[in-house]
Design a binder for this molecule. Structure first.
Ligand SMILES: [Zn+2]
Length: 643
């Protein structure tokens, strides 16, 4: 079928942001544990089985039930100093961290949001295991207000809350869900904005502006993972899809693009359902076990599935859907793909469907057999799912319901953002979350004395802040913005404060442009820790290495070829050479290339520079080599002339 033309502007795209930003406090929200990453080095663990009771679930929240069908045993990892009995839910929470509360009050003031008289700690039901207690503690601090974008556009604020972060999901084994407790209880500010519409770059600009406002307080954490956005996206006033876990603006751009295309595609698919007058009661009206048909199949994929004695293959009849499972109304969006994602979420490998078969070793004969078994007419389609029988039994009913739902286009659900900017199914959309008062902590009155004091501390506006940085460090506007937007601003200030011989411009450009261009080559910038950065610039400050060496050392470390700065300097042979040695080396190069100079005169400098850099790269500043070479060549030409 022909691909439809996709036009973002013609769709009514609405986007609501909920931004979660970690606050840069010393201690957690409800205990004195430090807010630091364990970086995988835990020293203890324990196992819990979380079972939500009926009373907790009220009317059986749909998302909660769904999560429960998947839930298995959960293993929590702890580290002394980074989590205690509060995180393990063995001890009641302590008093709320005042510094975190003040930071959130500052944000409320900066956004003209109406602060409540008394702050109540509430429990919000969470049953994916990311909280040991089964709920997340949250405090509503203010409602309403607005964010000014580009100086004139006002975006409404819905609410501002102070919350505790959840435990961190670790790459887990098949037996358990595994979480690290180091992140549980770190204070977060949650800011929800009114839904907005506009072009993608206008929408992204809103997220950028809000992020900058938070950062200009200098009271929030930096770095990947310290800011997470949940983005609610709908098109043409349709159902709202919640995309969780967007961490970067570049990712947000891609998520907006992918998700609007996906929703547009689903609308087009629903139109086909409509045209064909599909009766959803007939979808999945016949299901046949076809394990025996493929006992001796030559298909390697099916053989692999059936290797496990508890595995089965089922075929499902989809009346009237022939051609629709593989139908791609817009690039990359198909029902087949959606259904594959859906079953993978339940731990199955994927699906096969009649629009793509025969393929994967499934023969024409196999297809004929299935069609006959299911009593298929030419307008019907079928689906095959395979895997562990227990899992199949769990997925079957939600899968069929899901296919029926596509008749109505976009399905309200929660999806997670991938790093490449697509979104994958994560669970049905939760109802409005049920809240219960936290009985262990008394309400906190907000005193007007405190607010009067905080009003003096409202962070500078972005423009004023950038102007201040430009003036203080003599940076140009672009570099000032880049360094402040980067995760390195704090370390930049620290390095500058101890440097006499290196300019802030040099430090800022290395920490922004150079790190960005190295990361583009898929190198891991998280390896450039604060300690490493300080050591590299300290070596430069003391004259042990040349300016050129800085990026070379970054690269060596980001490529995991060196573990320490010392190792990188040694392996790159970067120890700076002194002037005497430099003159000797350059004189030799000049003598060896006398014929080039005689031929090209002063224009030989390019060729000689190239030869010099091969020998001296990273040991002497390039500009110095250039300067010396120029002098030497001029002298050489002069001498030749007067010979
Ligand atoms: Zn603790």
């Amino acid at each position: 079928m022909i691909l439809m033309k996709f036009d973002f502007d013609s769709l009514k795209v609405k986007v609501g942001f909920e931004i979660h930003q970690q606050l840069d406090t010393k201690n957690k929200l409800f205990c004195n544990c430090k807010c630091e990453e364990a970086n995988g080095s835990y020293d203890n663990n324990f196992i819990r089985i979380l079972r939500p009771t009926k009373s907790e679930l009220g009317n059986f929240d749909r998302a909660a039930i769904f999560e429960h069908t998947k839930m298995n045993t959960i293993k929590y990892y702890s580290k002394v100093g980074l989590s205690c009995l509060v995180e393990a839910d063995e001890e009641p929470p302590h008093d709320v961290n005042r510094s975190a509360l003040e930071t959130v009050l500052l944000f409320s003031l900066a956004l003209n949001s109406n602060i409540v008289d008394e702050i109540h700690v509430m429990r919000k039901l969470v049953i994916d295991g990311s909280n040991t207690s089964g709920f997340q503690r949250t405090m509503l601090v203010s409602t309403g207000g607005n964010l000014k974008v580009d100086g004139f556009r006002k975006i409404g604020v819905q609410s501002i809350c102070l919350e505790e972060d959840a435990a961190k999901l670790l790459p887990h084994s098949k037996l358990y869900k595994e979480y690290g407790l180091d992140r549980l209880g770190i204070p977060l500010v949650e800011i929800a904005l009114e839904p907005i519409s506009g072009k993608p770059d206008e929408i992204v600009n809103v997220a950028l502006t809000l992020g900058r406002l938070l950062r200009s307080s200098k009271r929030v954490s930096r770095g990947l993972g310290s800011i997470r956005q949940d983005v609610n996206i709908s098109v043409n006033d349709g159902k709202v899809v919640e995309v969780k876990g967007v961490q970067q603006l570049s990712q947000l751009v891609k998520v907006l693009d992918y998700e609007t295309k996906r929703q547009y595609g689903l609308i087009k698919i629903a139109e086909e359902f409509e045209k064909r007058n599909i009766d959803d009661g007939f979808i999945g009206d016949r299901i046949q076990d076809i394990t025996y048909l493929f006992k001796d199949s030559s298909s390697t994929i099916l053989k692999k599935i059936l290797k496990d004695a508890n595995s089965i293959l089922l075929s499902i009849r989809l009346r009237g859907l022939n051609g629709l499972i593989g139908y791609e109304p817009i690039n990359g969006i198909r029902l087949g793909k959606e259904l594959g994602e859906f079953v993978r979420f339940f731990g199955l490998g994927g699906i096969f469907h009649s629009d793509e078969l025969p393929k994967y070793g499934v023969t024409v004969k196999d297809v004929e057999n299935i069609k006959e078994l299911l009593g298929l007419s030419n307008s019907d389609a079928f689906l095959i799912i395979g895997g562990n029988e227990k899992k199949i039994n769990i997925v079957l009913e939600p899968l069929i319901r899901r296919i029926r739902e596509f008749k109505h286009g976009v399905v309200a659900e929660t999806r997670s953002a991938t790093m490449d900017g697509s979104t994958i199914f994560s669970r049905p959309r939760a109802g409005s979350s049920r809240m219960y008062p936290e009985t262990d902590i008394l309400p906190i009155p907000v005193e007007s004395v405190l607010l009067d004091d905080l009003k003096q501390k409202i962070p500078l506006s972005w423009n004023d802040l950038i102007r201040q940085i430009m003036k203080k460090y003599e940076l140009n506007i672009k570099l000032s913005e880049h360094i402040f937007d980067s995760q390195y601003y704090d370390i930049f200030e620290k390095i500058v404060s101890t440097s006499k011989n290196i300019t802030p411009t040099f430090i800022a450009s290395k920490l922004t442009e150079d790190v960005v261009s190295l990361s583009r080559n898929n190198l891991d910038k998280s390896l450039l820790t604060d300690d490493i950065l300080i050591e590299v610039f300290d070596n430069l400050e003391k004259g042990f290495i040349a300016k050129e060496s800085v990026t070379l050392i970054f690269e060596k470390i980001m490529k995991k070829e060196s573990k320490s700065v010392k190792e990188a300097i040694n392996s790159l042979n970067l120890i700076k050479i002194n002037d005497d040695e430099l003159h000797k080396i350059l004189d030799k190069i000049l003598n060896d290339n006398a014929h080039v100079i005689k031929e090209k005169g002063i224009n030989s400098i390019g060729a000689l520079m190239g030869k010099s850099m091969i020998m001296l790269r990273g040991k002497v500043d390039g500009y110095k080599i250039n300067e010396y070479l120029k002098q030497k060549i001029e002298r050489f030409i002069n001498d030749e002339f007067f010979k």
